[in-house]
Design a protein around this ligand. Structure first.
Ligand code: SAM
Length: 225
C-alpha cells in the first residue's frame, strides 16, 4: 500500500475518472500526500493544496519540496481563496459532512468543477444538501481502511435536484454488493439503533429508522453468507 492508505487510494481512483484534472485542488490538504500522489502518478496536470491552518500547509509544502514537485500552496477556508484560479477538479477529504456541504454551497468553483468528497461524519447531511441544491452524485465508492468503513463520493453540480429516501441519505443510492458496503451498513445500523432510542424517548415515529436498520441487517447477512 502507498503512503495514502486505502481511503485516499480510493479517492484517487475516483479522481482519475474526472473529465479534467488540468488544475486539481486538494482542500484541507494537511500533509498534501493526496495532491503529491495525484501529480506524481500523472492523474493531475497541475495542483493546488490548500488548508485553513498554516502549520499543515507548511508541512505539505515541505513534503512537496522534498520531491521537487511544483504544487501551489494556499491558505484558505474551503474554496474561499482559490475561487478565481480556474480549478477543474477538487477533493475535500477527511472532514465532516456538514462542513463540506457548507463549503460547496458558498463556492462558485464548486459549482463548476468535478468533485471528490469523503465525509468523515454526517454523510447523510452532505447527501441531503447536495441533492437539495442541484449537485448530482455520480458515483459512490465504499472502502475499509484500518478496519473502518468509509464512503467516497464523485459529484458535479447539474442544477437539478435529486429525489431521495431516508435510506438513500444514510446509504447512498448505488449500494454495491461488496464487503466494504456491508461494513458501512454495520456501522450505519449501530448509529441508527442509538438514534432510535432518542425517537422512542421523544415519542416520535421510528418507521423510517426501522426500515434503515432492517435494510442494513439484511445487507450484512447477505454478504456474510
Ligand atoms: C483530518 S485532516 C484530512 C487531511 C486529508 N485531506 C485526508 O483526508 O487525509 C483535515 C484537514 O482539513 C483542514 N481543514 C479543516 N477545516 C477546514 C476548512 N474550513 N478549510 C480548509 N481546510 C480545513 C485541517 O486543518 C486539516 O489539515
Amino acid at each position: 500500500m502507498s503512503m495514502l492508505g486505502s481511503r485516499l487510494e480510493a479517492a484517487l481512483e475516483l479522481l482519475a475518472k474526472c473529465e479534467s484534472n488540468a488544475l486539481f485542488a486538494d482542500i484541507g490538504s494537511d500533509h498534501a500526500f493526496f495532491a503529491i500522489e495525484a501529480i506524481k502518478r500523472g492523474i493531475a496536470e497541475r495542483a493546488i493544496a490548500s488548508d485553513i491552518n498554516p502549520l499543515p500547509l507548511q508541512k505539505g509544502r515541505e513534503n512537496a519540496e522534498k520531491q521537487a514537485l511544483d504544487i501551489e500552496f494556499v491558505l484558505s477556508d474551503g474554496f474561499d481563496s482559490i475561487e478565481n484560479k480556474g480549478v477543474t477538479s477538487a477533493a475535500v477529504c477527511g472532514m465532516g459532512g456538514e462542513l463540506i456541504a457548507g463549503m460547496l454551497l458558498r463556492s462558485e468553483t464548486a459549482h463548476r468543477c468535478e468533485l471528490i468528497l469523503q465525509p468523515m461524519s454526517a454523510p447523510e447531511e452532505l447527501r441531503r444538501s447536495m441533492w437539495e441544491n442541484g449537485f448530482l452524485i455520480i458515483e459512490e465508492k465504499f472502502v475499509t481502511d484500518s478496519g473502518k468503513p468509509y464512503v467516497i463520493i464523485r459529484a458535479k453540480y447539474s442544477g437539478n435536484n435529486t429525489k431521495y429516501s431516508y435510506c438513500d441519505l444514510y446509504l447512498g443510492q448505488s449500494r454495491p454488493r461488496c464487503d466494504a458496503f456491508s461494513e458501512y451498513c454495520k456501522k450505519t445500523a449501530i448509529a441508527a439503533k442509538k438514534r432510535r432510542l432518542g425517537h422512542i424517548a421523544r415519542n416520535e415515529s421510528t418507521e423510517e429508522i426501522d426500515c434503515l436498520i432492517a435494510y442494513c441487517e439484511d445487507q450484512t447477512q447477505r454478504t456474510s453468507l
